[in-house]
Design a protein around this ligand. Structure first.
Ligand code: NQM
Length: 398
Protein backbone atom coordinates (compact mmCIF):
# COMPACT_ATOMS: atom_id res chain seq x y z
CA UNK A 1 0.00 0.00 0.00
CA UNK A 2 1.24 3.42 -0.83
CA UNK A 3 0.72 6.48 1.30
CA UNK A 4 1.52 10.07 0.48
CA UNK A 5 0.07 13.55 0.85
CA UNK A 6 -3.20 12.15 -0.48
CA UNK A 7 -3.58 10.07 2.67
CA UNK A 8 -5.69 11.01 5.69
CA UNK A 9 -4.10 13.72 7.77
CA UNK A 10 -1.46 14.31 5.15
CA UNK A 11 -0.67 17.77 3.88
CA UNK A 12 -3.09 18.04 0.99
CA UNK A 13 -6.10 16.84 2.95
CA UNK A 14 -5.15 18.69 6.10
CA UNK A 15 -4.40 22.12 4.68
CA UNK A 16 -6.85 22.67 1.82
CA UNK A 17 -9.75 24.54 3.45
CA UNK A 18 -13.41 23.79 2.69
CA UNK A 19 -13.84 27.07 0.81
CA UNK A 20 -10.78 26.19 -1.24
CA UNK A 21 -9.11 27.62 -4.28
CA UNK A 22 -10.82 28.07 -7.63
CA UNK A 23 -9.72 24.70 -8.94
CA UNK A 24 -11.26 22.92 -6.01
CA UNK A 25 -14.57 24.75 -5.72
CA UNK A 26 -15.11 24.70 -9.48
CA UNK A 27 -14.89 20.92 -9.40
CA UNK A 28 -17.28 20.25 -6.55
CA UNK A 29 -19.97 17.90 -7.81
CA UNK A 30 -18.76 17.90 -11.40
CA UNK A 31 -15.75 17.10 -13.53
CA UNK A 32 -15.88 20.52 -15.13
CA UNK A 33 -13.53 23.34 -14.30
CA UNK A 34 -9.90 22.31 -14.12
CA UNK A 35 -6.67 24.24 -14.61
CA UNK A 36 -5.20 25.79 -17.73
CA UNK A 37 -2.06 23.85 -18.51
CA UNK A 38 0.38 23.37 -21.37
CA UNK A 39 2.52 20.28 -21.77
CA UNK A 40 5.87 20.93 -23.40
CA UNK A 41 9.00 18.99 -24.10
CA UNK A 42 11.92 21.05 -22.88
CA UNK A 43 15.24 19.61 -24.04
CA UNK A 44 15.28 15.95 -23.03
CA UNK A 45 12.58 16.35 -20.38
CA UNK A 46 8.86 17.03 -20.37
CA UNK A 47 6.80 19.21 -18.03
CA UNK A 48 3.44 20.73 -17.31
CA UNK A 49 3.72 24.51 -17.67
CA UNK A 50 1.39 26.81 -15.71
CA UNK A 51 0.95 30.55 -15.39
CA UNK A 52 1.43 31.20 -11.66
CA UNK A 53 -1.87 33.09 -11.34
CA UNK A 54 -3.78 30.04 -12.65
CA UNK A 55 -2.63 28.04 -9.62
CA UNK A 56 -3.71 28.24 -5.97
CA UNK A 57 -2.02 31.05 -4.10
CA UNK A 58 -0.43 29.15 -1.22
CA UNK A 59 2.49 26.75 -1.82
CA UNK A 60 0.66 24.02 0.15
CA UNK A 61 -2.48 24.17 -2.00
CA UNK A 62 -0.45 24.57 -5.18
CA UNK A 63 1.71 21.54 -4.38
CA UNK A 64 -1.28 19.37 -3.46
CA UNK A 65 -2.94 20.27 -6.74
CA UNK A 66 0.17 19.59 -8.81
CA UNK A 67 0.74 16.18 -7.18
CA UNK A 68 -2.88 15.40 -7.93
CA UNK A 69 -2.69 16.49 -11.59
CA UNK A 70 0.60 14.62 -12.13
CA UNK A 71 -0.73 11.43 -10.50
CA UNK A 72 2.34 11.17 -8.27
CA UNK A 73 2.23 8.43 -5.64
CA UNK A 74 1.76 5.62 -8.18
CA UNK A 75 4.51 3.94 -10.24
CA UNK A 76 2.65 4.58 -13.51
CA UNK A 77 1.07 7.89 -12.46
CA UNK A 78 -1.92 6.19 -13.97
CA UNK A 79 -4.45 8.76 -12.76
CA UNK A 80 -2.44 11.79 -13.84
CA UNK A 81 -0.40 13.37 -16.58
CA UNK A 82 3.08 12.28 -15.47
CA UNK A 83 5.11 9.92 -17.60
CA UNK A 84 6.18 7.47 -14.85
CA UNK A 85 9.75 8.84 -14.82
CA UNK A 86 11.41 11.75 -12.98
CA UNK A 87 12.24 13.33 -16.38
CA UNK A 88 8.52 13.54 -17.18
CA UNK A 89 7.27 14.49 -13.68
CA UNK A 90 8.24 18.14 -13.84
CA UNK A 91 6.39 21.43 -13.50
CA UNK A 92 7.22 24.99 -14.57
CA UNK A 93 5.38 27.84 -12.84
CA UNK A 94 5.83 30.99 -14.90
CA UNK A 95 4.92 34.65 -14.31
CA UNK A 96 5.99 38.14 -15.32
CA UNK A 97 8.94 39.19 -13.20
CA UNK A 98 8.55 42.20 -10.92
CA UNK A 99 12.32 42.67 -11.00
CA UNK A 100 14.34 45.06 -13.15
CA UNK A 101 16.91 42.44 -14.08
CA UNK A 102 14.43 39.88 -15.47
CA UNK A 103 11.37 39.65 -17.72
CA UNK A 104 10.01 36.31 -16.53
CA UNK A 105 10.09 34.38 -13.27
CA UNK A 106 10.37 30.59 -13.61
CA UNK A 107 9.88 28.33 -10.61
CA UNK A 108 10.80 24.71 -11.26
CA UNK A 109 9.21 21.89 -9.26
CA UNK A 110 10.40 18.28 -9.37
CA UNK A 111 7.69 15.77 -8.50
CA UNK A 112 8.21 12.19 -7.42
CA UNK A 113 6.77 9.25 -9.29
CA UNK A 114 6.17 6.41 -6.81
CA UNK A 115 6.24 8.85 -3.89
CA UNK A 116 3.99 11.90 -3.81
CA UNK A 117 6.88 14.29 -3.22
CA UNK A 118 7.49 17.74 -4.62
CA UNK A 119 10.55 19.94 -4.27
CA UNK A 120 11.85 23.31 -5.38
CA UNK A 121 15.37 22.48 -4.23
CA UNK A 122 16.79 22.13 -7.75
CA UNK A 123 16.73 23.98 -11.05
CA UNK A 124 16.05 22.34 -14.39
CA UNK A 125 17.83 23.66 -17.47
CA UNK A 126 15.93 21.38 -19.84
CA UNK A 127 12.50 22.61 -18.81
CA UNK A 128 13.96 26.13 -18.88
CA UNK A 129 14.17 25.79 -22.67
CA UNK A 130 10.36 25.90 -22.97
CA UNK A 131 9.83 28.85 -20.63
CA UNK A 132 10.44 31.65 -23.15
CA UNK A 133 8.12 30.23 -25.83
CA UNK A 134 5.49 29.47 -23.15
CA UNK A 135 5.66 33.06 -21.87
CA UNK A 136 5.03 34.32 -25.41
CA UNK A 137 2.17 31.83 -25.90
CA UNK A 138 0.51 33.11 -22.73
CA UNK A 139 1.11 36.80 -23.49
CA UNK A 140 3.42 37.28 -20.49
CA UNK A 141 6.05 38.88 -22.73
CA UNK A 142 6.02 40.40 -26.17
CA UNK A 143 7.94 38.73 -28.98
CA UNK A 144 10.39 40.16 -31.50
CA UNK A 145 9.49 39.97 -35.21
CA UNK A 146 12.15 37.31 -35.97
CA UNK A 147 13.57 36.19 -32.67
CA UNK A 148 13.09 36.96 -29.01
CA UNK A 149 15.71 37.38 -26.33
CA UNK A 150 14.28 37.29 -22.83
CA UNK A 151 15.74 37.28 -19.33
CA UNK A 152 14.41 34.48 -17.18
CA UNK A 153 14.96 34.44 -13.43
CA UNK A 154 15.25 30.90 -12.11
CA UNK A 155 13.35 31.48 -8.87
CA UNK A 156 14.83 28.32 -7.33
CA UNK A 157 18.32 29.83 -7.22
CA UNK A 158 17.90 33.48 -8.20
CA UNK A 159 20.17 33.17 -11.26
CA UNK A 160 19.12 34.98 -14.43
CA UNK A 161 19.39 33.28 -17.84
CA UNK A 162 18.98 34.83 -21.26
CA UNK A 163 16.98 32.65 -23.65
CA UNK A 164 17.04 33.37 -27.38
CA UNK A 165 14.49 31.63 -29.61
CA UNK A 166 12.84 32.15 -32.99
CA UNK A 167 9.53 34.02 -33.14
CA UNK A 168 8.85 34.74 -36.83
CA UNK A 169 5.78 36.95 -37.09
CA UNK A 170 5.72 37.32 -33.31
CA UNK A 171 4.92 33.69 -32.44
CA UNK A 172 7.21 30.89 -31.19
CA UNK A 173 8.47 28.64 -33.96
CA UNK A 174 9.12 25.11 -32.73
CA UNK A 175 10.07 23.58 -36.08
CA UNK A 176 13.70 23.81 -37.09
CA UNK A 177 16.84 21.99 -38.04
CA UNK A 178 18.54 21.39 -34.69
CA UNK A 179 19.07 17.87 -33.40
CA UNK A 180 19.67 17.21 -29.71
CA UNK A 181 20.69 13.77 -28.51
CA UNK A 182 17.91 11.90 -26.75
CA UNK A 183 15.09 13.51 -28.75
CA UNK A 184 13.87 12.21 -32.13
CA UNK A 185 13.80 14.55 -35.10
CA UNK A 186 14.78 18.18 -35.42
CA UNK A 187 13.44 21.38 -33.90
CA UNK A 188 14.20 25.08 -33.59
CA UNK A 189 17.31 25.98 -31.61
CA UNK A 190 16.90 27.76 -28.27
CA UNK A 191 20.07 29.34 -26.91
CA UNK A 192 20.44 29.53 -23.12
CA UNK A 193 23.10 31.85 -21.78
CA UNK A 194 23.70 31.46 -18.07
CA UNK A 195 25.18 33.88 -15.56
CA UNK A 196 25.64 33.55 -11.78
CA UNK A 197 24.89 29.85 -11.68
CA UNK A 198 27.55 29.02 -9.08
CA UNK A 199 26.20 27.87 -5.73
CA UNK A 200 22.60 27.42 -6.90
CA UNK A 201 21.50 25.29 -3.95
CA UNK A 202 24.57 25.31 -1.73
CA UNK A 203 25.76 28.92 -1.88
CA UNK A 204 29.13 28.25 -3.46
CA UNK A 205 30.78 26.58 -6.43
CA UNK A 206 32.79 24.27 -4.20
CA UNK A 207 30.55 23.86 -1.15
CA UNK A 208 33.01 21.67 0.75
CA UNK A 209 35.76 24.23 0.17
CA UNK A 210 37.81 21.70 -1.80
CA UNK A 211 38.18 20.67 -5.42
CA UNK A 212 38.58 17.08 -4.19
CA UNK A 213 37.25 15.17 -1.19
CA UNK A 214 37.45 11.50 -0.27
CA UNK A 215 34.19 9.75 0.63
CA UNK A 216 34.04 6.00 1.35
CA UNK A 217 37.61 5.85 0.04
CA UNK A 218 36.52 7.34 -3.30
CA UNK A 219 37.85 10.63 -4.66
CA UNK A 220 35.02 13.00 -5.58
CA UNK A 221 34.46 16.60 -6.60
CA UNK A 222 31.42 18.09 -4.87
CA UNK A 223 30.42 21.01 -7.04
CA UNK A 224 27.44 23.28 -7.74
CA UNK A 225 27.44 25.40 -10.88
CA UNK A 226 23.66 25.39 -11.34
CA UNK A 227 23.13 21.86 -9.98
CA UNK A 228 24.71 20.20 -6.95
CA UNK A 229 26.62 17.21 -8.36
CA UNK A 230 29.05 14.66 -6.99
CA UNK A 231 31.56 13.81 -9.71
CA UNK A 232 33.49 10.56 -9.33
CA UNK A 233 35.51 8.28 -11.61
CA UNK A 234 33.41 5.35 -12.83
CA UNK A 235 36.39 3.04 -12.25
CA UNK A 236 36.52 4.02 -8.58
CA UNK A 237 32.96 2.70 -8.15
CA UNK A 238 33.89 -0.59 -9.76
CA UNK A 239 32.53 -0.05 -13.28
CA UNK A 240 34.04 0.95 -16.61
CA UNK A 241 31.34 3.52 -17.39
CA UNK A 242 30.73 1.87 -20.77
CA UNK A 243 28.47 -0.97 -19.56
CA UNK A 244 25.18 -1.49 -21.41
CA UNK A 245 22.61 0.92 -20.04
CA UNK A 246 20.24 -1.83 -18.88
CA UNK A 247 23.07 -3.44 -16.96
CA UNK A 248 23.96 -0.16 -15.23
CA UNK A 249 20.34 0.70 -14.47
CA UNK A 250 19.82 -2.69 -12.85
CA UNK A 251 23.08 -2.80 -10.88
CA UNK A 252 21.77 -2.65 -7.32
CA UNK A 253 25.28 -2.88 -5.87
CA UNK A 254 26.22 0.28 -7.78
CA UNK A 255 23.02 2.00 -6.66
CA UNK A 256 23.96 1.23 -3.06
CA UNK A 257 27.46 2.66 -3.47
CA UNK A 258 26.07 5.80 -5.13
CA UNK A 259 23.53 6.18 -2.32
CA UNK A 260 26.23 5.95 0.31
CA UNK A 261 28.53 8.45 -1.44
CA UNK A 262 25.82 11.01 -2.24
CA UNK A 263 24.36 10.83 1.27
CA UNK A 264 27.74 11.63 2.81
CA UNK A 265 28.38 14.27 0.13
CA UNK A 266 25.06 15.93 0.91
CA UNK A 267 26.21 16.50 4.50
CA UNK A 268 29.60 17.81 3.35
CA UNK A 269 27.90 20.15 0.87
CA UNK A 270 25.71 21.62 3.61
CA UNK A 271 22.53 20.08 2.21
CA UNK A 272 21.83 18.07 5.36
CA UNK A 273 20.07 14.71 5.12
CA UNK A 274 19.58 14.19 1.38
CA UNK A 275 18.24 10.64 1.59
CA UNK A 276 14.82 11.82 0.35
CA UNK A 277 16.05 14.79 -1.70
CA UNK A 278 16.54 15.07 -5.47
CA UNK A 279 20.02 16.61 -5.07
CA UNK A 280 22.93 16.12 -5.20
CA UNK A 281 23.04 14.17 -8.46
CA UNK A 282 25.97 11.83 -9.10
CA UNK A 283 27.93 11.75 -12.36
CA UNK A 284 30.44 8.99 -13.01
CA UNK A 285 33.10 9.88 -15.55
CA UNK A 286 35.42 7.83 -17.72
CA UNK A 287 37.69 8.59 -20.67
CA UNK A 288 35.81 9.64 -23.82
CA UNK A 289 35.33 6.98 -26.47
CA UNK A 290 33.19 8.75 -29.07
CA UNK A 291 35.15 11.88 -29.91
CA UNK A 292 33.84 13.88 -26.95
CA UNK A 293 35.62 15.43 -23.97
CA UNK A 294 34.48 12.89 -21.37
CA UNK A 295 32.08 9.97 -21.02
CA UNK A 296 29.35 10.49 -18.37
CA UNK A 297 26.74 8.39 -16.61
CA UNK A 298 24.47 10.47 -14.38
CA UNK A 299 22.15 9.33 -11.61
CA UNK A 300 19.12 11.50 -10.63
CA UNK A 301 19.65 11.01 -7.78
CA UNK A 302 19.90 7.20 -7.94
CA UNK A 303 18.08 6.42 -11.18
CA UNK A 304 20.20 6.41 -14.34
CA UNK A 305 19.57 9.51 -16.48
CA UNK A 306 18.86 8.72 -20.14
CA UNK A 307 21.22 11.58 -21.07
CA UNK A 308 22.37 14.31 -18.66
CA UNK A 309 20.61 17.41 -17.35
CA UNK A 310 21.58 20.83 -18.69
CA UNK A 311 22.75 22.45 -15.47
CA UNK A 312 24.10 19.08 -14.43
CA UNK A 313 26.20 19.13 -17.61
CA UNK A 314 27.32 22.72 -17.01
CA UNK A 315 28.38 21.68 -13.50
CA UNK A 316 30.25 18.55 -14.62
CA UNK A 317 31.97 20.56 -17.38
CA UNK A 318 33.04 23.07 -14.72
CA UNK A 319 34.54 20.27 -12.60
CA UNK A 320 36.54 19.11 -15.62
CA UNK A 321 37.87 22.63 -16.21
CA UNK A 322 38.87 23.09 -12.54
CA UNK A 323 42.48 22.51 -11.56
CA UNK A 324 42.28 19.29 -9.54
CA UNK A 325 38.68 18.55 -10.48
CA UNK A 326 37.86 14.84 -10.74
CA UNK A 327 37.74 13.84 -14.40
CA UNK A 328 40.10 16.61 -15.53
CA UNK A 329 42.83 13.98 -15.89
CA UNK A 330 40.57 11.84 -18.15
CA UNK A 331 39.19 14.67 -20.29
CA UNK A 332 40.29 15.36 -23.85
CA UNK A 333 39.62 19.05 -24.40
CA UNK A 334 39.46 20.72 -27.78
CA UNK A 335 42.62 22.70 -28.55
CA UNK A 336 40.88 26.06 -28.17
CA UNK A 337 37.63 27.59 -26.97
CA UNK A 338 35.38 26.86 -24.00
CA UNK A 339 33.32 23.93 -25.33
CA UNK A 340 33.00 20.73 -23.34
CA UNK A 341 31.41 17.81 -25.20
CA UNK A 342 29.84 15.38 -22.74
CA UNK A 343 29.17 11.87 -23.99
CA UNK A 344 26.08 10.38 -22.33
CA UNK A 345 23.93 7.25 -22.79
CA UNK A 346 22.01 8.58 -25.82
CA UNK A 347 24.62 10.80 -27.49
CA UNK A 348 26.41 14.04 -26.71
CA UNK A 349 25.61 17.32 -24.96
CA UNK A 350 27.93 20.22 -25.69
CA UNK A 351 28.12 23.08 -23.22
CA UNK A 352 30.30 26.18 -23.09
CA UNK A 353 31.88 27.02 -19.74
CA UNK A 354 34.36 29.82 -19.24
CA UNK A 355 36.27 30.07 -15.96
CA UNK A 356 38.51 32.86 -14.78
CA UNK A 357 41.84 31.01 -14.68
CA UNK A 358 43.37 33.52 -12.27
CA UNK A 359 40.63 33.53 -9.62
CA UNK A 360 41.05 31.75 -6.29
CA UNK A 361 38.57 30.31 -5.43
CA UNK A 362 37.62 29.55 -9.04
CA UNK A 363 35.11 31.89 -10.66
CA UNK A 364 32.70 31.05 -13.47
CA UNK A 365 32.51 33.78 -16.10
CA UNK A 366 29.79 32.36 -18.35
CA UNK A 367 28.06 29.18 -19.50
CA UNK A 368 25.77 28.35 -22.37
CA UNK A 369 23.98 25.55 -24.15
CA UNK A 370 21.67 24.97 -27.11
CA UNK A 371 18.39 23.13 -26.57
CA UNK A 372 15.09 22.70 -28.35
CA UNK A 373 11.51 22.60 -27.04
CA UNK A 374 8.09 21.75 -28.41
CA UNK A 375 4.52 22.52 -27.47
CA UNK A 376 2.79 19.14 -27.08
CA UNK A 377 -0.69 20.18 -25.96
CA UNK A 378 -2.49 23.15 -24.57
CA UNK A 379 -5.68 22.74 -22.62
CA UNK A 380 -7.25 22.03 -19.28
CA UNK A 381 -5.97 19.56 -16.70
CA UNK A 382 -8.54 17.95 -14.44
CA UNK A 383 -7.44 17.08 -10.89
CA UNK A 384 -9.10 14.08 -9.25
CA UNK A 385 -12.18 15.19 -7.37
CA UNK A 386 -11.52 12.78 -4.52
CA UNK A 387 -7.77 12.70 -4.27
CA UNK A 388 -7.79 10.80 -0.96
CA UNK A 389 -7.36 7.39 -2.56
CA UNK A 390 -4.24 6.28 -0.76
CA UNK A 391 -5.91 3.19 0.72
CA UNK A 392 -5.97 1.48 -2.64
CA UNK A 393 -3.23 -1.09 -2.85
CA UNK A 394 -0.83 -0.55 -5.70
CA UNK A 395 -0.28 -3.91 -7.33
CA UNK A 396 3.06 -5.09 -8.66
CA UNK A 397 3.84 -4.14 -12.25
CA UNK A 398 4.19 -7.15 -14.50
O1 NQM B 1 20.40 19.62 -14.84
C1 NQM B 1 17.30 16.09 -14.61
C2 NQM B 1 16.80 17.03 -16.75
C3 NQM B 1 17.30 17.18 -15.36
C4 NQM B 1 17.69 18.48 -14.84
C5 NQM B 1 17.80 15.99 -13.28
C6 NQM B 1 18.28 19.42 -15.81
C7 NQM B 1 19.45 20.20 -15.40
O2 NQM B 1 17.44 16.34 -17.53
O3 NQM B 1 19.46 21.40 -15.68
O4 NQM B 1 17.84 19.62 -16.92
O5 NQM B 1 19.00 16.24 -13.10
O6 NQM B 1 17.03 15.63 -12.40
O7 NQM B 1 15.75 17.57 -17.05
Amino acid sequence: MMRGPRGPGARAGATVPAAGPAWESSMNGSARGGIRCMMMRGGTSRALYFVASDLPGTPEQRDALLLNVMGSGHPLQIDGLGGAHPLTSKVAVVSSSPRDDADIDYLFLQLGVEQATITSQQNCGNILAGVGPFAVERGLIGAGPDQTATRIRMVNSGAVVTAVFPTPGGLPEYEGGTVIAGVPGRAAAIRLLFADTAGSATGSLLPTGNARDVIDGIEVTCIDNGMPVVVARAADLGITGYEPIKELAGDTGLTGRIRSVRTAAGQLMGLGDVSGASVPKTTLVSAPRDGGTICTRTFIPERLHTSIGVLGAVTVATALRLPGGIGSELAEFPAAGHAVDLEHPTGHLEVEVELDPAAVPPRVLSAGVIRTARKLFDGTAFPAEQPDRSHRPVGPLS
